[in-house]
Design a protein around this ligand. Sequence first.
Ligand code: PMV
Length: 273
Amino acid sequence: MRKLIVNKVSTPGKIILSGEHAVVYGYPAIATAINLRLTATRAGKIESDIPIGAGMGSSAAFAVAISAFKVGELNFEKINNHAYKLEKDLHGNPSGVDNTIVTYGGFLWYRKETEDFKTFKQIESKAKLPKLFLLNSGKPQESTKEMVSFVAGLYKRKKKATEEIFRQIEGVTKGFLRLLLDDDNFELGELIKNNEKLLERLGVVSDNTKQIIKIIEKEGGSAKISGAGGIKDGSGMVIVYHKDIKKISLIAKKYNFGLSPVKLGEEGLRIEK
Ligand code: PMV
């Protein structure tokens, strides 16, 4: 294995297309690396474009970068495992999807079978993906750890109903997989809408964010939170899609929404010169 002689690495942010929260309970998720990156040097000065606490993997990007120096060789498996331990210290019971997508990049099908056995595979997307946009619904007051505990409480109190939501989320996640593999029976807008409705049923989307998403739907688009979400105030970054791309700038203007394009399927951990 090549020794990590370089002193600088960069790691991407991520978005979860489908499967957040359900993935903590062994259901699959699809995540993708995006074109916002964190750069870290061994000496410890860190720069990052990834917004903190917005569901875009800022902590995983940091954990993977630090782990790359710690492991000291370009062994993605070791680096990913080390980053998972750091994520556990921070988040308590993470699924590991964040650190894994940040390490490997691209599009990833991910499933945590048990604590020590996680399966994942790169999805070689055959589909020409439509453009997605990001809208910041505001920093959540709750941490990822708190949101994961919130769902754990729900699961404890209403196991059957929560399992049913997870099963339906799994159905949507499989729809995303088929779409990425170029099955035109699946429509991105519908998948995003269905995913959002299920996350709302889990209770991880705030009223403010639901309002924003309703407006986008009224204008013919679709939107979903991505990541842990938030209840009291903002719910982090929202993924927005509209069939008619010209409508995006009209919506942004009409409602004063900051909507920025995002590139998907980007590179994971990278050694920088
Ligand atoms: O920290 P976030 O907002 O990227 O959320 C992580 C995704 C969850 O499914 C909510 C938690 C996990 O560990 O998978």
